[in-house]
Design a protein. Structure first.
Length: 125
């Protein structure tokens, strides 16, 4: 009924969860951090660079399922501080062609590993 999705082209889970799960034609990506899967470190110290790495990770996981950015129907963006919204949004907007998915964005007190940005995704076949 549900299928675990994983790839070494995106960072491994840092806890008891899967990188992604597919169920009933929907693919649910766990929150993506700005971790470079090769080095295991953050790709950047700023929100723009972190968002760019997050989308590289999202694209790698989607590719592992045979999907693309066009299959994304919903995203949730978590920001350490809303002052990072403009930097994140600039990178975010450049990732999509045509219609944008539905989106929520929240400021949270702290993100795992003290990231500035985290993004989770729901995609549909």
């Amino acid at each position: 009924m549900k299928k675990i999705i994983s790839t070494t082209d995106a960072p491994a889970a840092i806890g008891p969860y899967s990188q992604a799960i597919e169920a009933n034609g929907m693919v649910f990506l766990s929150g993506m951090l700005p971790i470079d899967p090769v080095t295991g470190e953050f790709a950047s110290d700023d929100a723009k660079g972190q968002t760019e790495q997050i989308f590289k990770n999202i694209k790698a996981l989607l590719s592992a399922t045979g999907l693309t950015m066009d299959n994304i129907v919903k995203t949730t963006v978590f920001l350490h501080d809303m002052s990072y919204f403009a930097e994140m949004n600039e990178v975010y907007a450049a990732q999509f062609s045509g219609t944008f998915p539905a989106r929520s964005a929240f400021a949270v007190q702290t993100l795992p590993k003290n990231a500035l940005v985290e993004i989770e995704v729901i995609a549909a076949r």
